[in-house]
Design a protein. Structure first.
Length: 186
C-alpha cells in the first residue's frame, strides 16, 4: 500500500487552480442593441433535466448588467484554436470595444434568446435566468439551457481549463469505463 504523497500548505486564494469546474467558456449577451462577450471559468452544472447551469459573474463585469437586464445569454464552448481570443476577451471590457469585431468572431442569431451565438465555437447553449435569488448577494446566476447546438465532430474537442496566472491546461485524453457504467445510479 502506498504511503501517500507528501503535501505542503497552499494559499487558500489559489485553491481554484485545482478545483476549476470545467472548460473556459465565452458568454455572449445582448442588451439595448449592444452585444458583448466575456471569458468565464466559474460555472457548474446544477441539474440534468431541466439542464441548469450556475455561473458566477462579477458585478464589476460589463456582462453582469447586460445579462441581469435581458435575463438571458449564450454559453459558448471554444476550443484551443481560440486561445488568443479567449485571453484577449478576458483582458478587455465590452464597455470600451466591440469584442466580436476586435477578435474576429462571428455572431450568429440564436433561436430562443436575443443574445448571439458565437459561430466559431464548438458548442452554443442558449440560456435564460431561471433563479435570480443569489445574484445580489453572490453574483451567482442560475440559468436553464433552453436550446443547445453542438458540432458533431470532434466528439471530444480540445478545450481550455484555466489554472490561474495566465496558464491553461488542455483537456486530456478520453478514458472510457462505459462497460462498468450503471445509469440507475444517476
Amino acid at each position: 500500500m502506498s504511503k501517500g504523497v507528501r503535501k505542503r500548505d497552499f494559499p487558500l486564494g489559489n485553491v481554484r487552480r485545482y478545483l476549476e469546474p470545467g472548460p473556459i467558456v465565452l458568454v455572449s449577451s445582448a442588451s439595448k442593441g449592444k452585444t458583448n462577450i466575456m471569458t468565464m471559468g466559474w460555472h457548474t452544472m446544477l441539474e440534468f433535466s431541466p439542464s441548469l447551469v450556475g455561473c458566477m459573474i462579477s458585478s464589476g463585469n460589463h456582462s453582469h448588467g447586460m445579462i441581469r437586464e435581458s435575463r438571458e445569454c449564450v454559453i459558448n464552448l471554444p476550443t484551443t484554436a481560440l486561445t488568443d481570443a479567449v485571453v484577449g476577451i478576458g483582458n478587455s471590457s465590452g464597455a470600451d470595444i466591440d469584442k466580436f469585431a476586435q477578435f474576429g468572431l462571428t455572431a450568429e442569431k440564436a433561436s430562443k434568446v436575443g443574445a448571439p451565438l458565437i459561430r466559431d465555437c464548438h458548442a452554443n447553449f442558449e440560456c435564460r435566468i431561471v433563479d435570480d435569488a443569489l445574484i445580489a448577494r453572490y453574483n451567482f446566476f442560475v440559468f436553464e439551457v433552453v436550446k443547445a447546438h453542438v458540432a458533431p465532430s470532434p466528439k471530444h474537442p480540445q478545450t481550455l481549463h484555466y489554472t490561474g496566472d495566465g496558464v491553461f491546461m488542455v483537456s486530456g485524453k478520453v478514458i472510457s469505463r462505459r462497460s462498468k457504467f450503471r445509469p440507475e445510479n444517476l
